[in-house]
Design a protein around this ligand. Structure first.
Ligand code: MD3
Ligand code: FE
Length: 202
């Protein structure tokens, strides 16, 4: 059942039960065997992100010195990304209210020390499509603000199994992850947090 946090931002607490989290975790583990986590770096500076990433779906989001972009192949192995698991495609079709499947799913892995600075997701071509995010593993403090940097912000704790949808007026808001709350979940080994974001890149 959904709570509307603000216009366009809906939170489904515990949308995935423990069994659904375990089967999704196992499918992600298989995906990461074929498409290993890579360490993205910042455009221009080359500074490493603390979050490691991979993708599934026709397109994947990558970042390196050359910039941010979506591309069809893994930046290290050169292989195409694995398919998006059916359970995630069903989640999107149940919740996104969008007529087509997602064409990208970014997989973010946070070890207990990782975080993600405030940013907007603006590398996609069609902002009429929402972004659907699912959290697995340790809880985190998720922070979000308005459409400009530096205004007032709010924070939410996201737990394993929570699903968030960002659409309409929430689609371009600034957001990030302040910190992981270590020891809050037994789902992942090694511990940490996985966030899955379903997107329409093109
Ligand atoms: C709001 N991921 O992958 S999920 C990202 O927990 C990202 O890994 C964070 O920010 C994470 O880009 C936050 C929630 C989220 C994802 C995408 C959004 C919120 C969003 C896109 C637009 C607006
Ligand atoms: Fe984001």
């Amino acid at each position: 059942t959904a709570v509307e946090i603000r216009p366009g931002l809906r939170l489904y607490k515990a949308a995935l039960d423990r069994a659904a989290q375990e089967s999704l975790r196992d499918e992600i583990r298989e995906i990461l065997r074929a498409a290993p986590l890579f360490q993205p770096t910042m455009p221009r500076t080359g500074k490493a992100f603390s979050v490691r990433m991979s993708n599934c779906g026709p397109l994947g989001w990558v970042s390196d010195r050359a910039g941010y972009r979506y591309q069809p192949d893994h930046p290290v192995t050169g292989q195409p990304w694995p398919a998006i698991p059916d359970a995630l495609l069903r989640l999107w079709s149940d919740l996104a209210d969008y007529p087509e499947d997602p064409d990208a799913c970014l997989i973010n892995y946070y070890d207990v020390n990782a975080k993600m600075g405030a940013h907007q997701d603006v590398d996609e071509q069609d902002f009429s499509a929402p972004i659907v995010s699912a959290s697995l593993g340790d809880s985190c403090r998720f922070r979000f603000g308005g459409d400009t940097r530096g205004g007032s912000t709010q924070a939410l704790t996201l737990d394993s199994g929570d699903v968030l949808i960002f659409g309409g007026p929430a689609r371009k808001m600034f957001h990030g992850v302040d910190r992981i709350l270590p020891g809050t979940s037994t789902l992942l080994e090694p511990p940490g947090r996985i966030n899955l974001t379903l997107r329409r890149a093109r």
